[in-house]
Design a protein around this ligand. Structure first.
Ligand SMILES: [Zn+2]
Length: 184
């Protein structure tokens, strides 16, 4: 009997990110910053369903995408910038989702990834970010992108959750090339 073929060990990404995960600016004494968080939390509570507690695929955060689309965000980005933003990048979405899930009583840690991408995707994204006047440093190479996700300490086990894609981070072929857990 031949043993099952080993999957190739992925090569280390060309560039390993050295910056901390994105953090939203919280303006001191800014009513709009506080209102944004209140709005997000109120909305999240209103969307609660009995099944949500066991949903470790989307964590019931689909409602966010009724208001926002993934896309370029101009940094620095403040909480009060969220309501008027047409697009939120993965860093903003990780901050927003992290805040909401923490308020539900879940322990959440930030995780930075390098993921594979197709050359056609990175070309498209680079053009999109350029058109929006936003730096595209997160596109590390034609085939590698920086991404931010969350480690959610759910039951029965922690889940590596991607709030941008609303799914668990792939364990198979789309497993990240590089990963760093960030403890605040
Ligand atoms: Zn503000």
């Amino acid at each position: 009997m031949t043993p099952p073929a080993q999957s190739a060990v992925p090569a280390l990404p060309a560039k390993v990110p050295d910056q901390p995960p994105s953090a939203l600016v919280e303006h001191p004494d800014c009513v709009a910053c506080a209102d944004t968080r209140s709005w997000l939390l109120a909305h999240d509570r209103a969307e609660a369903t009995p099944a949500r507690e066991w949903d470790t695929t989307t964590f019931g955060l689909g409602w966010l995408f009724r208001y926002f689309r993934w896309g370029p965000s101009r940094w620095p980005f403040a909480w009060c910038d969220v309501p008027g933003a047409a697009h939120l990048d993965c860093g903003v979405l990780a901050c927003v989702a992290g805040m909401v899930l923490t308020a539900r009583g879940l322990r959440v840690e930030r995780v930075q990834l390098v993921e594979r991408a197709a050359v056609e995707e990175t070309a498209l994204w680079r053009a999109r970010w350029r058109a929006a006047g936003c730096p595209a440093g997160w596109i590390l190479s034609d085939r590698e992108v920086y991404h931010e996700v969350l480690l959610v300490h759910a039951e029965p086990e922690p889940v590596l959750f991607d709030p941008t894609e609303l799914r668990q981070v792939g364990q198979g072929r789309d497993r990240p090339l590089w990963m760093r857990k960030w403890v605040w």
